[in-house]
Structure formats: structure tokens, C-alpha cells
Design a protein around this ligand. Sequence first.
Ligand SMILES: [Zn+2]
Ligand SMILES: [Zn+2]
Length: 361
Amino acid sequence: MKAVAVFPKSREVRVIDVPEPRLRAPTGVRVRTLEVGVCGTDQEIAEFRHGAPPEGEDFLIVGHEALGEVVEVGAQVKGLKPGDLVVPRVRRPCPHEACPACRSGNPDFCVTGDYLERGIQKAHGFCVEFFVEEEASLHPVPSSLRGVAVLTEPLTIAEKALRELDTLKRRLPWKGKPGQAVVLGAGPVGLLGAMAFLRAGHATTVYSRSPKPNPKAAVAEAVGAPYLSSKEVPAEALARRLGAVDVVYEASGAAKAGFEVLKVLGPNGVFIFTGVPGRKEPLELEGAALLKQLVLKNQLVLGTVNASAGDFQAALEDLGHFQKRWPGQLEALLTERHPPEAFHEVVTGKAGGIKHLIRFA
Ligand SMILES: [Zn+2]
Ligand SMILES: [Zn+2]
């Protein structure tokens, strides 16, 4: 069967032929891949700047944002049957007894760094015709979400961020209410984040580079998030336009833009970084002014990665909610579909569109 793989040693990215996986454990599930989303992480992997093959192997099968259909289940599988749609989680716990995060079922907070991530870190991914996964790492998908559930994984980033934000708001003696949110970046993670912040009750503005009109701005405004371009509204003007910014959800992966917007975070505000910068040129910061601001305004800066089982569940529920509240807008994110052979070109090219998918079935 076909799989898309990267070979870090020989620096190749290509479609390979691998044997079909078989069920080995009674708790295992065999899944036929329908669609796999590609993102900036895949680009980093395809450019050999991130990720690693499984121990002892020379290639990594990519793909971490998948939607599949169950084709076979082990004898002890209770909640899934052939024909069911599923979305897999990405990260698997590290083996260390002393890791409180992994031992409590929260590998997204792993403290040792020895976790595995399917399609990224030392475990094969889902950009392959069939894969086998434990039932416990799969989430059933209602058939009404068949067309959009491939967006579950990128939405989990916002779900985890909102969960963290909820905890952080409780530090305020009067318990903070949802306020003004700024989503930085209008890629799929940003636009899904905007929908999630709106759903959670925040007034939400999307702030990104390209001026209007453009397809990303159209989605933002269709869901009720005003869109501002950094080419037209400089970061320092944001607070004048929007009032106090309570939370920034950074989804641009651009370090400079992130720190520019951090300067306009309001009192008691929370800045959430989710992007991993691709370009790594040095950046000059006014460190003393920044520290003074953080202290005098009681601000928090938070990084967040990966997501828990609860976040996947929340993302699936929210996709259903978004579909009803903003018909057609999730579909509007899924602009391009490609065969597996196109993976390398898709991730490294400067193709337009919003979300690109590799389609198997
Ligand atoms: Zn991704
Ligand atoms: Zn761990």
C-alpha cells in the first residue's frame, strides 16, 4: 500500500510501498485513511528541520491530522465497529514512571520529552492507506461531520488553549469573563481558533498580514470576527481600535509579529503562543520595557502544544456547533485536495488556498 515518507539521511520525501498493517492486539483497530490535513509542522518535517523516524528505521511516514474509516476491530474493542468514522490523537506517552503528565493520561504536558507523536516524532503517521491504532487513541466521529472532521486536530490547539485560559482566568478575584480576543494569523489554526474563541463568548478580531479582500478574511468576517491587516493597521494601533485586549491567540508562527502584538496586550491579559517560527533570524526586543509591562499589567505569556483526549472531544463537539452556526464556513477552509504523490510539492510550495488535504479514498 501507498505511504508518504521522509528519509532524513538521504533527504528524500516520496511515496513508498509498505505492507498493510495487521491487527496484533485485541484492543486494536484497523483504519482506512480518508483524508490527511497538511500544515506547517509537515513543512518543517519535509525540510528536515523537525521530527524523527521510529527507532532503528530510516524513514518516517508523515501525517498527523487524519480522518479515517474503521475496517476491522479487535475482540476487545467495545465502542467502534467497521464503517465508523474516527479521528486519531497524535501524541503517545513517554515510558518513564516518574513523568506525572504521562502517568496521569496527559502526555501533551510530558516533562521528559520522550513521548512519541504519530507522523512527527519517532512513530509513523497517517499519510498511508491503512493504519492500526489502539481504540483508546481514537475518537468516533458522527457521520454529519464526514466533510470537516479532518479539521479536528488543528482545532484541538484552540480547545487546549481555551481550557488553559479558563484556569488562568480564575486567578482574578472577580473571575474574568470572556473579553476582547485577538487571533494573530489567519491560517487554518487561526481561523479555527477564531471560531472557538467566538463560541466561548469572546469578542474576536483576526489580525493577519494580507490586506482585504482575501479568502481568509472572508471566512473570518463570515463567522463574525472582524479582520484587520497589519499592513493597514499597525500593531500599536490595535488597542485604540479594539479597547483593552484580554487575550491574544498567536497562530502565525512569526516571532516578530508575536512580540509586536504582545506590546498591546491589556491589563491582566494572557498571550498564548501556539506557532513554531519557521524563520529563525535574530529578533531585537526591548527587554526592560517588556518586563516592565508584564509586571505592571499582571500579564501572562503562555506556550501550548498538542492536546488531550478531552480537547479532541471538545473539538468534535465544536465542529458540530460551528457547522450549525456558520453553514459552509468550515468547508470554506478546505480549499485544496491532492493525491499522496503531491505531498512534497504541497508542503514546500507556496500554493495559495487555506487548508490543503491529501486524499486517499
Ligand atoms: Zn498540523
Ligand atoms: Zn512523559
